[in-house]
Design a binder for this molecule. Structure first.
Ligand code: NDP
Ligand code: MG
Length: 377
């Protein structure tokens, strides 16, 4: 019997949660929320790529019985491998799986989960960037639900709840603008890694922090929104909102705009993803309106953030192109982290990749994963 709480006359069951990428930044926020609301959440299995120490310490603290390391080089007694993890996703009893793996590696796990008709709380935006057409198809056939964790998409998802699609006119994704919003453009050549990693409003994993500085992240989020909400690209706008308080805005057909707000924390979208369709009572996250001075907006400068426009273009072309750009960007970031290229080279490498590859319409999963490897090479 898993009945645990009553809220507003509704019975809240204790949810059995699977967490992939539990050792990362999103993973840490998931652990915080699960610990804070242990009356309604329990983690039944969890994965990391290679960080055994952290995985074991989380598992011990939260009494997680089954843990997995997906790095193929690592074999440890009592810890499952990537193939065991897929088998678990296919056979284990759980209510929702959180995919918080970073990058293209997350896609096969998204597919495995939704193929079972299971609910998926999705942080791994790359799954939709690379294979939105496959994911949408499987979801509609198997009846699984995807609940977004990305804060902008969670905002839209929350605002849209209870509305018809015909009421929707545009969605406006907000972006912080990252650390270089006001840096003179002449100084971009001299940008160092430590400056890139100092995000003004969000504390996130390395890859997504770099993507926020180039605004590649916002381009990926436009594609993510297109697939999640089944909205035409022409109805998806993005705007810089440096304070990161308004997480996104829905514009309805009557001209009304409804926004979702809070301090910048991933814990809130995670909590909502786990308790959807209700807002569960929690005093974990508090936003003081008095502490907010101003909420401002500005357009996205093409010269400063070329990757944003390039990725949106790849999204509109569709097919294999978003995978090509995503893989080129992942590889360019690896090279930037190794000190082999400069910050401005990231966008140059991504742009070159777009010109080097022919499009493939409607690619299947094998083609997507193959092209992902080829581009990286
Ligand atoms: P992190 O880099 O902090 O964590 C990544 C997690 O994925 C770790 O647990 C890591 O394991 C695991 N992992 C890394 N590579 C692989 C692989 N090849 N196969 C399987 N697992 C792997 O990332 P974030 O938590 O920042 O981001 C996760 C996802 O969420 C990304 O898609 C990101 O875009 C998205 N997102 C993140 C936000 C944030 O605030 N951080 C906000 C919105 C979206 P190990 O520790 O062992 O390396
Ligand atoms: Mg986001």
């Amino acid at each position: 019997m898993r009945l645990k709480k009553k809220f507003n006359g509704m019975e809240i069951m204790k949810k059995k949660i699977a967490v992939l990428g539990i050792t990362g930044s999103i993973g840490e926020s998931v652990v915080e929320i699960v610990k804070y609301h242990s009356e309604v959440f329990e983690i039944v299995f969890a994965s990391a790529n290679s960080n055994l120490k952290k995985l074991q310490s989380i598992a011990q603290e939260l009494k997680i019985k089954n843990i997995f390391l997906t790095d193929s080089q690592i074999k440890i007694d009592g810890v499952g491998k990537a193939t065991d993890l897929i088998r678990f996703i296919e056979n284990e009893d759980y209510d929702i799986l959180i995919n918080a793996i970073s990058g293209s590696a997350g896609l096969p796990y998204t597919i495995a989960t939704i193929k079972q008709g299971k609910d998926l709380a999705l942080a791994n935006k790359e799954s939709l960037v690379m294979a939105g057409h496959l994911v949408s198809d499987i979801v509609s056939k198997k009846g699984s639900k995807i609940i977004p964790i990305d804060s902008e998409h969670s905002a839209i998802f929350q605002v849209l709840h209870g509305h018809q699609k015909s009421e929707l006119k545009n969605i406006h994704l907000t972006a912080s603008g990252g650390p270089f919003r006001t840096l003179p453009y002449e100084d971009f050549q001299k940008i160092e890694l430590k400056q890139v990693l100092k995000h003004p409003t969000w504390d996130m994993g390395t890859k997504v922090t770099i993507d926020s500085a180039t605004m590649m992240n916002k381009g990926l989020e436009v594609i993510e929104a297109h697939w999640l909400f089944d909205i035409d690209y022409k109805n998806i706008q993005a705007i810089i909102h440096p304070q990161s308080i308004i997480h996104s805005i829905v514009e309805f057909v009557d001209g009304s705009m409804i926004a979702q707000m809070s301090i910048p924390t991933m814990q809130l979208p995670i909590l909502y993803a786990l308790t959807y369709p209700i807002h569960y009572p929690s005093d974990k996250i508090k936003t003081s309106l008095e502490s907010l001075s101003a909420l401002t907006f500005e357009p996205i400068c093409k010269k400063r953030y070329p990757l944003f426009y390039l990725v949106c273009e790849a999204g509109k072309i569709g097919g294999i192109m978003p995978t090509v750009l995503n893989a080129a960007n992942e590889k360019a970031i690896d090279m930037f982290l190794q000190g082999k290229i400069s910050f401005v080279d990231i966008s140059k490498i991504v742009e070159e990749s777009l010109n080097k590859f022919e499009n493939i319409e409607n690619p299947d999963l094998d083609t997507i994963m193959n092209v992902n490897e080829i581009v990286r090479k």
